[in-house]
Design a protein around this ligand. Sequence first.
Ligand SMILES: Nc1nc2c(ncn2[C@@H]2O[C@H](COP(=O)(O)OP(=O)(O)OP(=O)(O)O)[C@@H](O)[C@H]2O)c(=O)[nH]1
Ligand SMILES: [Mg+2]
Length: 476
Amino acid sequence: MSLLSKKKIEKLKRKATDIVNRTFDQHINLAVTGLSRSGKTAFITSFVNQLINEGSHSQLSFFNVVHQGNFIAAKRVPQKHLHIGRFEYDRAMQAFSEQPPSWPEPTNGISELRLALRYQPQDSLIKYATDTVTLTIDITDYPGEWLLDLPILNLTYEEWSEFTTELLTTAPRVSYAQVFLDKIKQLDPLAPVDEQLLADLAHDYTNLLMIFRHKLGLSVIQPGRFILPGDLADAPILQFFPYTCFNQLDKDDYQNAKEDSLIGMLRARYIEYKERVVRKFYQEHFIHFDRQIVLADCLTPLNNGPDSFQDLTQAINMIMESFNYGQSSLLRRLFSPRIDKLLFAATKADHITPEQHGNLTALLNQLVYKTKHQLSFDEIEMKTLAIASVKSTNVGKAQHQGVDLPVIQGNRASDGKLITLFPGTVPNKLPQANYWQENKFNFIGFSPLARVDSHESLPHLRMDQVLQFLLGDKIK
Ligand SMILES: Nc1nc2c(ncn2[C@@H]2O[C@H](COP(=O)(O)OP(=O)(O)OP(=O)(O)O)[C@@H](O)[C@H]2O)c(=O)[nH]1
Ligand SMILES: [Mg+2]
């Protein structure tokens, strides 16, 4: 055979392999969300870190492809959408690898990262055709606050104002909202709009939302973009607020109000927000997600008290609406979403002793499944897990009045001091009044335990179960 024909045959062979690979190669869009500070950045960093460092002492025994020895390698590849921010993996790993190590900075908005995972197929048909298959994973990080806005799509400005007025006029919000409510009372809603006044009041309202989230630890924050504006910071589309005196406004006057009146402009901006911000997010991003992870920090609200916990319950209810695929659901009517697996993960499980993990999962189950009964989730497979993306404590035992007590030990974030503590018990169901009287949950922020180089695996709890649930069935 001539050299040329040999070369030609080689080329043809390569082409054939390429076609086979393209047929079997897989792709998945994975979305990660959760309210601010719930642990999204730490989660994605750990997710990527576990995969790209597999082999260097990573602990992924529940991830079948690794356990069975068929995992070859994973690497980062350029992301799909160039107009979306990059998930700053290197910056996050840099924080974990410093001495002393620290947590990555808070993020604001949406970002993306793409991974290519190569493995040896086990499926007899695929195995016959090719030695290796690549699973491409697009990971998107976006704020859970954006999902809290879904109900807005179904509400008129008047209805939304009424919903929000109810929140603002009851405890715990009312004590901070009174000044704002008084200012609104002074306004003539039908007078020509003063845009500066409108901007100032929108600013006051945004500040209130910040206090609710960061000072009171509340979760129901609407509109979600006000505290996490992404690239919309200072845009007029975010300059509106609920009108809290609808009970004093004549219905006809409201209907006939011109756009240059205060109430008319508030209504117009609300409608604009609904269309250009909320609907756009669902259309441009949400409907393309295949699988979703919702991270929930249940421990901080337990530590904050009943108001904060009750608010988390309501926020999870609202977030669940985005996965309600029932025929008559708002989501189904407006879009064609395709998420088929939904993982709810209670983060920061390294803050409690291991015998409490079951309770934490049971508690999250109650939060999630309470809504599941009311809505239709038939098309989505769901799972709940208690995880730590980056485990930052060690577990031990301490003697207390002659009894062995399980304790955790870690570096306190506020001063870096090594402390040992029994953090308290987590209820295994939605806490009743007596829980709050009898228990004091002690949630103390910890720094990462020890520095981890970028080529080493981060310590974790149950990230392998996360990987198996989200990717396992795609790896054949
Ligand atoms: N102990 C422990 N703390 C964690 C873990 N994950 C996150 N944290 C803590 O939670 C904080 C917030 O984590 P991030 O990953 O930045 O959360 P986020 O959801 O990305 O926050 P935003 O970007 O502000 O929305 C961190 O700074 C840590 O203090 C974990 O696995 N274990
Ligand atoms: Mg973040």
